[in-house]
Design a protein around this ligand. Sequence first.
Ligand SMILES: [Zn+2]
Length: 566
Amino acid sequence: MVIKFKDFKYERPDLEKFEATVDELLGEFDASETVDDQVAVIDKLNVEFDHLDTMATLASIRSSIDTRDKFYDEERTFFDENEPSFTEIQNRYRKAITESKFRSELEERFGAQLFALSDNALKSFDPSVKSLLQKENKLSTQYDKLLASAEIDFDGKKLNLSEFAPYTQNPDRQVRKDAALAVNGFMGEHLEEIDDIYDQLVKTRHEIATTLGYKDFIELGYIRMNRIDYDRTMVEKFRKQVEEYVVPIVTELKERQRQRIGLDSLKSYDSNFEFLTGNATPKGKTKDIMNNGAEMYKALSPETDEFYTFMTDRDLFDVEAKKGKEGGGYCTMIADYKAPFIFSNFNGTQGDVEVLTHEAGHAFQTYMSRNITVPEYSFPTLESAEIHSMSMEFFTYPWMELFFKEDTDKFKFSHMADSISFLPYGVAVDEFQHVVYENPELTPAERRQEWKKIEAKYLPSTDYDSIEPLESGAFWHKQGHIFGAPFYYIDYTLAQVCALQFWKRAKEDFEDAWKDYLALCKVGGSLPFNSLVELANLKSPFEEGSLESVIDEVHSYLNSIDDKKL
Ligand SMILES: [Zn+2]
């Protein structure tokens, strides 16, 4: 029998009971005299961890679908507040396996990645920072709630921030400008509040890092992000490559856009308006988009067909924008049901289709690797996870006609242009965070000055047309990752360079590229980034020249299209 999402059972876990069960099993673990006995205990512990994770995930999903739901709001708060306690208990398990007398046999059985991840978890936590971690969680929830609370009067309606997306693409320039003024009016009203939340976050994180014995939060941030087989020097070199090879092409693309839409100068509120005849939009309603998704995944492969049917049969998509719903989109995994879940806010733009390719790419990977019993492997580390999603955006190119009809070429041109235009912004966000955490004593105003400098380097053609608070360096106030997930951003750029390689390979030999993509999905998160990239027969973005070769291909593809005709 198929159990639907609404019937997935939620029950608040009992912290004391959880702790007692884990401790009892760890006692058995220590007393085990053979590696097989230890493996059996690990399997039992994983069932407990999966269940806890399932409850936390259900609370979080249901509360994000309706932030006004008091019950799930309290449940989410319960997990926010107790996360450090749960982490502390799970760390006893991590400590036990990393110190096991059978460690090398266990590594052989479960893979070295589990042990690398466990080492990192242990290095990023100590009971002495528990209350600071609770504070960090609260601050980042406070930021999410503040942005979700936006109800801005515009066009005769009260809109949340996601609902502004269609207006940023409106052919009437005045509408675009007014929409930017309305959104930034809200951001400006909350400028000090957001600056203050961030200031507290930076100082709290710095204190956590130094309490744990690190020089600064950057060291700890890399450990938290599980950057296992690369470091900040390699990341810095990657940013340099983006500055050198990508920034000039993006500047050129902006100039093409300016000419295409016939303006004297391109302002920031024009950047989402890409064609005089309007941007590519999906044709039909939500139901049509979902049905086209079914047809596309049926044609793509037997595996994707099975996956999409699994998702729709169980109502594992919540895609429409509603009042009280959190902004953005995500994919998560509900462990006990081996069920991926996709959340988004459809708004009539091409982003709606990207939910069915990008988020579904994440979901497809977790579905393909769902039988790996190590919970730590259900998602790879984040830069690797984005390879699955971003590559799916390219693998599904042949079916874009289903969604876009006459707008298909327009969609592809704009998707590809956006894919590389994103790179400089992505590395700017990364560099900004390095500056912030290297200098935790900066004032909010100084941080905004630093953002402006970085913007000038990576996004030289940006013109805010004097709109505040953008002009004062507050663009990043809308970038949730900077608040909730420090250093999580470069990941998208690293993955994009990998996804573009799949695009290039799929043009040459679709079957061969798809075969490697499937293999990559199946191993889930059992390997670190560079090893996964190698397994998929891709070049590491850190490798000299890897960026240049793929960017050249994209550049000539974009040059081959007469965009003025679109
Ligand atoms: Zn993603």
